[in-house]
Design a protein around this ligand. Sequence first.
Ligand code: PMP
Length: 395
Amino acid sequence: MPFHYSNCVPKSDSNATEDILKAAANPNVISFAGGLPAPELFPVAAVKKATNKVFDQYGQQVLQYAGTLGYPKLRKQIAQIMQDRQVDASVDNIAIATGSQQAIDLVAKMLINPGDVVLVEDPTYLAALDVFRSYGADLVGVAMDDDGMQMDDLEQKLAAHPDAKFIYTVPNFQNPTGRTMTATRRERMTKIADAAGVPIVEDDPYGAIRYAGEMLPPIKHYDHTGNVVSISSFSKMLAPGLRIGWLTAEPAFLKKYSLLKQNADLHTDNLTQYIISQFLMDEDLPAHIKKITDVYEHRAKLMLAEIDREFPDDVYHSQPEGGMFIWVEVPGNIDSDELAKRCLEANVAVVPGSAFYSGKAQPGTFRLNFSNMNDEQIKVGIKRIAQVLNDLGAE
Ligand code: PMP
């Protein structure tokens, strides 16, 4: 029986990144390709304790259908987390999502009609690009540097596309580059977006995972007109398998969101919302985050030191102060898929930069993940990549 798939479904069943992730499952391959938090840091015992407590106290309630915007107590606790991040939010500004990925998907669905322009950092989070494309967006890349999205380029792109539907940004320890947008740019961005009448969708799953430098206020902090929708998640600071993310936005926006969320899944898993709420009441979340950042700091610093020692001098790498990724740019014209293939032949997996661009990709780029590897794997893996880069230079 032939299925005539809608335009939402990508035409191709596979892509270079998927092929690499599959190949990286080979035990001889050291993989810097994934984007997984370190599982040894998941607070299994504390989550188990919270789960038991929830069943003891709210057994029937958590197994019942519930409200679309989420468990009110958890929404209130999240409003407090946002206030701690210097965002003026109350429970009415918070809606739960099934991971921040669902928030990205539903916000895109709320705003994009086929052919609409969406402005994105170039490069940016692959799965957001896929979502925007699935709704038929016309993606326009905005240039980045080590301080995040470039505001002059944003102004130019907005002037060229005054009907743009929204600007998507990952301001903290961006996936894939690990770069962070400066406070000055965050503030300027809200002014530019306000003047253009174009909303900002801020995607911030990594902001809490900062191991160096100072915590910066989210872009939402600088928003005085309700023009910014801010998305965040417990995935990186607690556990991604729980699938709890959230949006911070104006109540009128959340009302529309709840209509589409109802269509998607009625509501996010009630049990995990209660578990996280209980966890937040009983445990010390900042202390848990400190455990994560201590380990990631060690791994990032080790990987950066190995890169500095082993890679040719003319190779650029980003200097993340948190998150899970380092971005590498090799001069010359080597296609990044070819470069990733050569790395895989040397038994080390990286994600080619080509995956993360909305348009034409910069050659010679790739993403390294440091959160999920031990010291030995980091040392050996970086040496293997260095060998590939040195061989390239000799060609
Ligand atoms: N946004 C970005 C930038 C990400 O890197 C990720 C996960 N890798 C997500 C959103 C989705 O995270 P989750 O759905 O687990 O909250």
